[in-house]
Design a protein around this ligand. Structure first.
Ligand SMILES: *Cc1c(COP(=O)(O)O)cnc(C)c1O
Length: 404
């Protein structure tokens, strides 16, 4: 089949209909720019949903990938491998963690974290210490356990009996947490900034209280940093900007900067309950993924890159504020680093998709987070000029929606 026959309608013909992709098909990318089949150029403020932290086709990542591809792709966990140990060393040296478990997706890292919490409680406390506390609008992936922990029951409904003993509370609601948590709780799982749920930041006081209550009840504090990790908020991990040290952190999305890989980070004490044979994955920690992630780690974890994220946040915020002064569409701009949400005001409730589509018409790729939030998660190395150009395009898109 020649390339010209590969069209968007083929998606509907061949693919399970669980996605609704845009009509254009991207074929190549470079930095924060993407081209479609007709060679139309787009500025990319989606970063592949907070994944492509270093943009498309970063030469050093391409190099790391191709060098490793000539050597060794996969060996299974019957062996360890050099890239996995190198990456694990970097994660341990630069975070609270002492132990690392590699998997392939955010959901799998969270699945491992939740299983660890259940196992640790069983081994060290009691068989009925199984409750997991999670939060409405939270998102932890799509395996049945993680999607049930997620805070939108519509995502987990309709698949039969759900994994049990998961309690959902309002995010940032300390009173609710104090009332719910008990010695039956084995873990509290939360995002340090709810990404999919609307780019909603945690309140530092709430994070501190979660830590204290987890200590009091011997429950693990699991921070899902799948979206916020690897420099996204201007810290290597978002917890580093909060006054807490978690028990478990999960990372995925930007960890491989576009190559699928995830990690669960924890302490030696907690990790000790996952003894040989208790958990595993075929592809987790494969040399190819780890070699790319290891290079991405070096490129992201520099003061220049992380400070750059904070500077670009200021620029993006101020340009969005300018657009809002002109068109009065947003109630607030919220988020952290290069994970920002423009929250639609009363008049534009439910219309995030319209702004998303109008942006695409201007050659600008943005994200939504629910029906009321336009989300921006560009590459961390996007240039200030690209941000300015993107906001000119976005201003035009907003104007079109407002005057339609
Ligand atoms: C994207 C995301 C996940 C799920 O990651 P997958 O790789 O799709 O399984 C989990 N948690 C958070 C916070 C996410 O943003």
């Amino acid at each position: 089949m020649s390339n010209t026959q590969i069209t968007r309608p083929l998606f509907d013909q061949l693919m399970v209909p669980n996605y609704a992709p845009l009509s254009m098909i991207p074929v190549r990318g470079e930095g924060s720019r993407v081209w479609d089949q007709e060679d139309n150029e787009y500025l990319d403020l989606t970063g592949g949903i907070a994944v492509n932290a270093l943009g498309h086709a970063h030469p050093e990542l391409v190099d790391a990938l191709t060098v490793q591809a000539q050597k060794l792709w996969h060996v299974s966990n019957i062996y360890t491998n050099e890239p996995a140990l190198q990456l694990a060393q970097k994660l341990v040296d630069n975070t609270f963690a002492e132990k690392v478990f590699f998997a392939n997706s955010g959901a799998e890292a969270n699945e491992a974290a939740l299983k660890l919490a259940r196992r640790y409680a069983q081994d060290n406390f009691s068989a009925d210490k199984t409750e997991i506390i999670a939060f409405y609008q939270g998102f932890h992936g799509r395996t049945f356990f993680t999607v049930t922990a997620g805070g939108q029951s519509t995502y987990s409904d309709g698949f039969g009996p759900k994994p049990g003993d998961i309690t959902h509370l309002e995010y940032n609601d300390l009173t609710a947490l104090e009332a719910a948590i008990s010695d039956k709780t084995c873990a509290v799982i939360l995002e340090p900034l709810q990404g999919e749920g609307g780019v909603l930041p945690i309140c530092n006081q709430f994070a501190i209280a979660v830590r204290a209550l987890c200590n009091k009840h011997n429950a693990l504090m699991i921070l899902d940093e799948v979206q916020t990790g690897m420099g996204r908020t201007g810290h290597l991990f978002a917890y580093m900007g909060l006054d807490v040290v978690p028990d478990v952190v999960t990372s995925a999305k930007a960890l491989g900067a576009g190559f699928p890989i995830s990690a669960m980070l924890t302490t030696t004490k907690l990790a000790s309950c996952l003894t040989v044979g208790t958990h595993g994955t075929t592809f987790g920690g494969n040399p190819l993924a780890c070699a790319v992630a290891s290079k991405a780690f070096d490129l992201i974890n520099t003061p220049e890159m992380l400070n750059g994220v904070k500077q670009k946040e200021q620029l993006l915020r101020s340009l969005l504020t300018d657009i809002n002064q002109q068109f009065n569409v947003f109630e607030e701009i919220r988020g952290a680093g290069l994970l920002l949400g423009a929250v639609l005001n009363e008049q534009y409730q439910g219309r995030a998709k319209d702004f998303f589509l109008a942006s695409a018409e201007q050659g600008l790729l943005v994200l939504v987070a629910g029906a009321n939030v336009i989300r921006f998660a560009p590459a961390l190395n996007i240039s200030e000029d690209e941000i300015k150009l993107a906001m000119i395009k976005f201003g035009t898109a907003v104007k079109k929606v407002v005057s339609a």
